[in-house]
Design a protein around this ligand. Structure first.
Ligand code: ADP
Length: 487
């Protein structure tokens, strides 16, 4: 019997019944304005653009396209709010942050459904990862707000001023939390620009900020596209830019700000290596590889998109991996049994397709899950490439999709050399039963984050960020405060 037949016979012909979460809790409006100075503007005052549900390619709502004048008003509101917010006692600021964290928990189901509808990621992930972690970051930084004097940055560290924060579409709510929570704890005021394909959860968050009675202007949320982001970067009233997104745009922003001396942190792309030694705990490691690349459809800057497996176990690992890939449930993101959801946009799908076609053309062997894909919306079946050479584009370029490239190595030195053979340096994973080997490898890897016998594990207490073309600056932990303090 083949592995596939064996899996089917074990299931005894049973299939999963649909287990859909209701979309009605999302309460999405037809049209949204901008959140400036503590209130929503009238949608009719702005040019509007459509945000789609990527699982169906149907419109969810229209959202305001923030103009240069809107960015101006948002920055002015943040500037007016700064003197009072920055001198509010730390314990008072903490109260607001705790309140926001609790409201995120109270409205968790609504946020999870909105995020799943707008982004395409499975409800299992928004419910269990994105939303609880967003709350956790607010709780964590609430704890720091009244302890800044004791954080090791001098006796009374000062905030930077107005922070312009530009975030991507892969973790829309969580990235908003990563940016806002430390900035507010440190006493800054903010103008946040969500990504154009996923603005809705930030707009629910705006409603939560109003519900928490956060003083007007402390956080302003301006939806729009790259032009709106560029207007924020160009604004002379902004003291700090925090950007998460592509390396190309990050480079552009760095050039723009270079002349002005504005504070900057960049969290950019990656091509993470998951390194598997022959003594690794096999079952956990297979799940770790799967999670490392197929979590959030691989739309993860720190995704373990290169598997480096020791040659002695390569055949066995690939066999088990392909079997596990066949078991992944791809489809309706609102179904609680779904493992892999929709690709976020037509543009992203086209990029994934282009790179996988290049992989085949360059001589790698493609293994694609035989799962059925929905006929509407943007979908890509989980895919593994074997026979990958380091020179192939699929081994060098960030695919940002559910596509894994498998390479092999013989010695720890070779593993390190191959893992470091990238322009990026965001994250790596090391799988081995032997702690001394893990540490030896970890010390030699050029990456900001290294996981041992796990992957894609996020925690508010732990700093996250890259080196080389993956950016600079850290988010999370005590280090995350430093990015918003004048130290
Ligand atoms: P991706 O390729 O993953 O969509 P981008 O870097 O294009 O990543 O987008 C990340 C965020 O940066 C989004 O909010 C986007 O609107 C914004 N953005 C895009 N271009 C610019 C720009 N020139 N200046 C500032 N922000 C931008």
């Amino acid at each position: 019997m083949t592995d596939q037949q064996l899996d089917q016979s074990r299931l005894g012909g049973f299939t999963y019944d649909p287990a859909p979460e209701s979309a009605s809790v999302a309460r999405i409006a037809d049209a949204y304005g901008l959140f400036i100075d503590g209130a929503f503007t009238d949608p009719g005052d702005h040019e509007q653009f459509v945000t789609l549900n990527p699982a169906s390619a149907r419109p969810l709502a229209t959202v305001a396209h923030g103009s240069t004048a809107d960015v101006d008003r948002a920055v002015a509101a943040a500037r007016r709010a700064f003197p009072s917010w920055s001198t509010t006692t730390g314990s008072q600021r903490a109260k607001y942050l705790y309140r926001i964290a609790r409201l995120i928990q109270e409205r968790a189901r609504e946020l999870a459904v909105v995020e799943t509808l707008d982004n395409g990621k499975p409800i299992r992930e928004t419910r269990d990862v994105d939303v609880p972690l967003a709350a956790a970051y607010f709780f964590y930084y609430a704890g720091w707000a009244d302890k800044l004097d004791h954080a090791g940055f001098g006796p009374s560290p000062r905030p930077l001023g107005v922070a312009g924060q530009i975030i991507p579409w892969n973790f829309p709510l969580l990235m908003a939390a990563w940016k806002l929570a430390p900035a507010l704890a440190a006493g800054n005021t903010c103008v946040l620009k969500p990504a154009e394909t996923t603005p809705l959860s930030a707009l629910v968050l705006a409603d939560i900020l109003a519900q928490a009675e956060l003083p007007a202007g402390v956080v302003n949320i301006v939806t729009g596209d790259g032009a709106t982001g560029a207007a924020l970067v160009a604004h002379p009233g902004v003291d700090k830019i925090a950007f998460t997104g592509s390396t190309e745009v990050g480079r552009l922003i760095q050039q723009r700000l270079g002349e002005r001396g504005t504070h900057l942190t960049l969290e950019l792309g990656g091509k993470g290596a998951n390194i598997v030694f022959e003594d690794a705990p096999v079952d956990e490691m297979i799940e770790g590889i799967i999670d490392g690349i197929f979590f959030n459809q691989g739309h993860v800057c720190c995704a373990g998109s290169r598997l480096l497996v020791q040659e002695s176990i390569a055949d066995e690992v690939v066999r088990r991996l392909l079997r596990r890939v066949e078991q992944l449930r791809v489809g309706d993101p609102l179904d609680k049994n779904t493992d892999v959801g929709a690709i976020n946009s037509a543009a992203q799908l086209a990029r994934i397709e282009e790179l996988t076609v290049a992989g085949e053309a360059e001589g790698a062997t493609r293994h694609t899950s035989s799962c059925a894909l929905p006929t509407e919306g943007y979908w890509f079946a989980p895919t593994v490439f074997t026979d990958v050479a380091q020179s192939h584009r699929i081994a060098r370029e960030e695919i940002f999709g559910p596509v894994l490239s498998v390479l092999s190595f013989r010695t720890p030195d070779e593993a390190v050399a191959k893992a470091n053979n990238t322009k990026y340096g965001l994250a790596c994973g090391v799988w081995s039963e032997k702690g001394s080997r893990t540490l030896w490898v970890a010390q030699r890897l050029r990456a900001g984050v290294i996981w041992a016998n796990t992957y894609n594990r996020f925690d508010p207490t732990s700093p996250f960020g890259g080196v080389r073309e993956s950016g600079f600056g850290r988010e999370g932990g005590r280090h995350g405060l430093e990015a918003y303090l004048d130290v």
